[in-house]
Design a protein around this ligand. Structure first.
Ligand code: ADP
Length: 263
């Protein structure tokens, strides 16, 4: 594992478990993510990758286990929903606090169709975080520059390509100044010719030492950019380590079989 992985963890998942009905999707997942590092989560379809990623910011509420992001820890096993499934206010606030530690980039960009690019980027800072609109716009312009969309600030989503829309989605996540950016298969809904531009932006973010957790099937990105790779299957971390280990010299038969299928 590279030196960068030995820095203090920003994200810590401990024994995270989640079932949907009687289907246990996460069966006790634990891992750490060091400050300024990139973690790639690989695994077959249906293995629980998205559920795990969403558990890191409370979009999904695990049945038990703890998740820490920066200075917020939620012990999911101690949450006490009432009979209608509603949590007491203090616990809801804990989940909200957890969610605010991270930015989330969805598979499909999820932009507001009737807002311009820059309006999409400032929405979170202004509405959720109460930032002054002037300063949010200034930061949004810098972020749009960073993702190569400065000249598209006043366009609407329908005027942008899929790759451009996804880059707006990334700028929007960064605008929240999160401790970690979570990417859920950010290129899987894109036309092949626009995948590269999104991966290039993600590489730039890695170089700038954003802390990132990325669910993806882009093996080359994982090999070249990740500090650690988690291979999950059947709701458990089957193998975890530097990309040279997990991708080039996998030890576990399930990892070997998966890589043979996708390489
Ligand atoms: P992956 O991202 O690895 O493809 P997911 O985390 O999306 O896997 O899903 C893991 C399993 O959990 C799948 O069998 C999926 O059908 C199931 N699942 C995910 N979300 C829900 C849900 N909200 N309700 C019921 N089942 C779900």
């Amino acid at each position: 594992m590279s030196d960068r992985s030995s820095t203090s963890p920003v994200v810590r998942a401990e024994d995270v478990r989640k079932s949907f009905g009687d289907h246990e999707v996460l069966s006790g997942v634990s891992f750490d993510v060091g400050q300024g590092t990139v973690t790639v989560i690989l695994g077959p379809s249906g293995s629980g990758k998205t559920t795990l990623l969403r558990s890191l910011n409370g979009l999904e509420v695990p049945d038990s286990g703890t998740v820490t992001v920066s200075d917020v820890t939620v012990d999911f096993g101690s949450l006490t929903p009432n009979r209608s499934g509603r949590l007491p206010r203090a616990q809801r606030e804990q989940l909200t606090a957890l969610g605010r530690q991270s930015g989330f980039v969805f598979q499909a960009h999820n932009l507001f169709a009737h807002r311009t690019t820059i309006e999409n980027v400032i929405e979170g800072p202004v509405v959720v975080q109460g930032e002054d609109e002037g300063s949010a716009r200034e930061r949004a312009r810098a972020l749009l520059e960073q993702v190569g969309l400065a000249e598209h600030a006043d366009k609407y989503p329908y005027q942008l390509s899929g790759g451009q829309q996804q880059r707006v989605g990334i700028a929007r996540a960064l605008a929240l100044r999160p401790e970690v950016v979570l990417f859920d298969e950010p290129t899987s809904a894109l036309d092949p010719e626009t995948v590269g531009e999104v991966l290039t932006v993600m590489r730039d973010l890695a170089e700038q030492r954003w802390t990132m957790v990325v669910v993806t099937h882009e093996i080359r990105f994982a090999r070249e950019v990740a500090d650690q790779v988690l291979f999950i299957d059947g709701g458990v971390v089957v193998e975890r380590g530097a990309p040279e280990q997990v991708i080039l010299e996998p030890q576990q038969p399930r990892t070997q079989a998966f890589l043979r299928r996708i390489l």
